[in-house]
Design a protein around this ligand. Structure first.
Ligand code: HEM
Length: 108
C-alpha cells in the first residue's frame, strides 16, 4: 500500500531523538536520513556504522522502500548486531507512512 507522507511526519517523531532529515540535517545518534530512500546502505558521510549495517550494505546494496520496511519492522532481527536501539514499527501502515515521508526528501 502507498504510504501517506503527512501521517509519516507524525510517525517520524519516534525517530527524532536520534535522526534528522531535510535541509541542514546532520548525523546525530543515528545517521542523517535525507535521501535515504534509494541511498546506498550505511553511506551517510562521517557516520560510524556497525559491522552489521556494513554487512547488510555489502549484501543488499541500497535502501529500497521494501528493504526499509523490513528493517523498520524489527531492526535487530533484520540486521542482527545493529546499533539502532529502536524496537521497530510493528504496524505496516506506520512503516509505509514513514517511508513515504522519508521519500519526500531527495538528496542534499
Ligand atoms: C540507522 C531509520 C529510529 C538510531 C538507521 C537507518 C535508517 C533508520 C533508515 C539506516 C541508515 C543508513 O543506512 O544510512 C529510522 C527510523 C526510525 C528510527 C525511520 C523511527 C521509526 C531510531 C532511534 C534511534 C536510532 C529512536 C536511537 C535510539 C540509529 C542508529 C543507526 C540507525 C544508531 C545506525 C545503525 C548501525 O550502524 O547499526 N535508522 N530510525 N534510530 N538508527 Fe534509526
Amino acid at each position: 500500500a502507498e504510504g501517506d507522507a503527512a501521517k509519516g511526519e507524525k510517525v517520524f517523531r519516534k525517530c527524532k531523538a536520534c535522526h534528522m532529515v531535510g535541509e541542514g540535517a546532520e548525523n546525530r545518534v543515528g545517521p542523517v536520513l535525507t535521501g535515504v530512500v534509494g541511498r546506498e546502505i550505511a553511506s551517510a558521510e562521517g557516520f560510524d556504522y556497525s559491522d552489521a549495517l556494513k554487512e547488510l550494505a555489502a549484501a543488499d546494496g541500497t535502501w529500497t522502500p521494501e528493504e526499509l520496511g523490513h528493517f523498520l519492522e524489527n531492526p535487530k532481527s533484520f540486521a542482527s548486531g545493529t546499533k539502532m536501539s529502536f524496537p521497530g514499527l510493528r504496524k505496516e501502515e506506520e512503516r509505509a507512512d514513514v517511508i513515504a515521508y522519508l521519500a519526500s526528501f531527495s538528496g542534499g
